[in-house]
Design a protein around this ligand. Structure first.
Ligand SMILES: [Zn+2]
Length: 150
């Protein structure tokens, strides 16, 4: 991600090319006029290391979109559940921590989902930086969607 200004500079320097233009917007200088890009492709390979998403309560809830991973209830008043309980060897990992409503947490107690007869809505995974940065309805530019692997 970068500012429009930086993107235009990269285009002028021929270091990038436009993949998707921003609908009809143009920038003008004395000597040239450029369609404002929405998505650019850098011509040279850049060693881009995606930011590591810190494992914490807030990010787990963001990944799960504040939705209980057992019953599908949505809300801000959620807890975090260890899928495999901690004292049974369950670790603090993206794969073992899910958003859980208070009712389901009570119901599940200190059991595995199988023992409690509960099923996860989906397999918990480590999220990408973009999943945490934007939820699907907060992406600043619609044109970015196909490129964000959401
Ligand atoms: Zn629930």
């Amino acid at each position: 991600m970068c500012t429009v200004k930086r993107a235009v500079v990269l285009l002028i320097l021929n270091k990038a090319e436009t993949v998707v233009e921003r609908n009809g917007k143009r920038v003008r200088s004395q000597y040239l006029e450029i369609n404002v890009p929405s998505v650019i492709r850098i011509k040279r390979y850049i060693n881009f290391r995606p930011y590591n998403v810190p494992l914490n309560k807030r990010n787990i809830m963001k990944r799960d979109k504040y939705t209980c991973q057992y019953c599908g209830k949505k809300g801000k008043d959620m807890t975090i559940d260890h899928v495999i309980p901690k004292d049974r060897g369950g670790k603090d990992t993206w794969q073992n921590l899910v958003t859980c409503c208070k009712e389901c947490n009570m119901k599940k107690g200190n059991r595995t989902p199988r023992e409690a007869g509960m099923k996860l809505l989906r397999k918990p995974r480590k999220p990408t930086y973009f999943h945490i940065l934007f939820s699907e309805d907060e992406i600043p530019d619609e044109n970015w969607k196909p490129f964000l692997f959401l």
